[in-house]
Design a binder for this molecule. Sequence first.
Ligand code: ADP
Ligand code: MG
Length: 235
Amino acid sequence: MQTLEIQKVHKSFGSLKVLEDVSLTIEKGKFAAIVGPSGCGKSTLLRMVAGLERPDEGTVQADGKTIDHPSPRRMMIFQEHALYPWLTVGENVEMGLELAGISKEERRNRAQKVLKTVGLEGFYHYYPSQLSGGMRQRVSIARALVMDPDVLLLDEPYGALDAMTRLTMQNELLKIWEGSGKTMLLITHDIDEALYLADRIFVMSSRPGKLVRTIDLDLPRPRSRHGQRIGELRQ
Ligand code: ADP
Ligand code: MG
């Protein structure tokens, strides 16, 4: 399991300054959320934790080691589920295991197990085009979970879903996380979602993205959907 530590990170794309002096820590096994307006650098920050992007200045570390490449220990889930349409659900889920050299039989066992976890038992041979948006996002979660990562990085995973599906999937995500010991880092512009799910919320300002507030939510779960601390965020 990994403690994530971002220290004094700056990032620009050409003359566009995207992140300015961002520092934050997420302890192992916690559920953290980053909220902030569109374009403030949330996805850029998450990609750094995934090892897909480097800071210009500052450090991004997992357990004291600089993150400088992607790792199956830290799996990212995108809003656009990015499934391969020409592969079945099972093949999509197994792809990372195949690259890791795991035998066909074991891949299949693990994929079936994780598909059950996300409520898609029996959909192994389906193609993504035969599934609803919510189901496709469940496949994408299964594809990350099958690698048994320490950290799940979720970039607005439910942004494209209808409100009812979103609520269902938020609860499913809590079930997957609770007791797993996994560290969750969720990006969202939905403040209610952050209040419902997270132990700690990092609030970023608009570009260049800076961390303006950290809110610890020591509220028990299940929580009221009308986040009790919403007043604090709106101050
Ligand atoms: P957010 O996820 O908060 O909406 P992003 O991190 O995606 O913000 O992007 C922040 C800003 O950086 C945006 O203006 C975006 O266009 C720009 N940006 C992101 N990635 C790149 C890139 N690879 N090259 C150039 N500009 C980028
Ligand atoms: Mg984004």
